[in-house]
Design a protein around this ligand. Structure first.
Ligand SMILES: Nc1ncnc2c1ncn2[C@@H]1O[C@H](COP(=O)(O)OP(=O)(O)OP(=O)(O)O)[C@@H](O)[C@H]1O
Length: 270
């Protein structure tokens, strides 16, 4: 479990990036922080692995204040996936995935062998392990980023817009694969995005942020969609969007769901 307890962050000479934010991320669940640019999402995420220390408040992992933990050991024990993969360009894919386990004391041989099965797990042919990151597509690089984050078998995964830089079709694929992985692995995931559809797809709980890390609303996706807490949330989640406003029409005895513009989107089951 991760707990943000009244955290604030004021960067030197800057306004508050985050002000008095509290949130609990239960173990084995996915919490998505969603908000527009500058709402403090990355700052919050980095408080968990101490890449940023809050100016006020505390972050606890399983009831232990991260501030008392060694930052290097902490970072090695938490998986972190960044928007552009963050891969080391001069190391092969296999060595990129093996880096953290080797730093943590695994033998190079063991770690490289484990890297092969991790690549398979994220849907890559292990033969790609001998390439350099620059020789992979954007989607493949992001998969390697996920494999690398999983390499030390962390309980916690931090994901910062991990699928932001790939085209919509590959993005959809990566999202589906993450859902499948999460069903198998049950990590505690904090996922940052500015894409509300991605948030609704992946989050057990979604936290909608306004600027300064202010919580506009939190809850299960269906709750937020059904009862937006403010005009800001209603607008942000597109509650009035035609593709969100479904209704049922009867066609030849079948119940068909159509969107706000009357386009059919599916058939309702009995
Ligand atoms: N190192 C820093 N020094 C000063 N100000 C910073 C620093 N990092 C972030 N900020 C400011 O803090 C605010 C929140 O930034 P943050 O990166 O957390 O937002 P974000 O929601 O992740 O945005 P984006 O979606 O654009 O990545 C912004 O106003 C940003 O300019």
């Amino acid at each position: 479990m991760i707990e943000f307890e009244h955290v604030s962050k004021i960067y030197p000479g800057g306004a508050a990036a985050v002000r008095d934010f509290s949130c609990i991320v239960p173990s084995h669940r996915t919490v998505v922080l969603v908000g527009s640019s500058g709402s403090g999402k990355t700052t919050l995420l980095r408080m968990v692995n101490r890449m940023v220390d809050p100016t006020e408040g505390r972050v606890l992992i399983d009831d232990e204040d991260v501030r008392g933990m060694n930052p290097v050991a902490l970072r090695r024990s938490i998986g972190y996936v960044m928007q552009h993969g963050g891969l080391l360009p001069h190391r092969t894919v296999r060595d990129n995935v093996a880096t953290v386990p080797v730093l943590a004391g695994a033998s190079r041989r063991e770690a490289r062998a484990a890297a092969g099965s991790l690549l398979e797990r994220v849907g890559l042919d292990p033969s790609l392990g001998d390439r350099y990151p620059g020789q992979l597509s954007g989607g493949q690089q992001q998969r390697v980023g996920v494999a690398r984050a999983l390499a030390a078998d962390p309980n916690i995964l931090l994901m910062d817009e991990p699928f932001g830089a790939v085209d919509p079709i590959v993005r959809r694929e990566l999202q589906r694969e993450l859902l499948q992985l999460q069903r198998e692995l049950g990590k505690t995931i904090v996922f940052v995005t500015h894409d509300i559809d991605e948030a609704f797809l992946l989050g057990d709980e979604v936290v909608v942020l306004e600027s300064g890390g202010r919580v506009a609303q939190r809850g299960a996706p269906a709750e937020i969609l059904a009862t937006p807490a403010s005009a800001f949330v209603r607008d942000f989640v597109g509650a009035d969007r035609a593709d969100r406003r479904l209704r049922q029409v009867d066609v030849d005895g079948a119940r068909v769901a159509v969107d706000g513009e009357g386009r059919p989107v599916g058939v309702l089951e009995a």
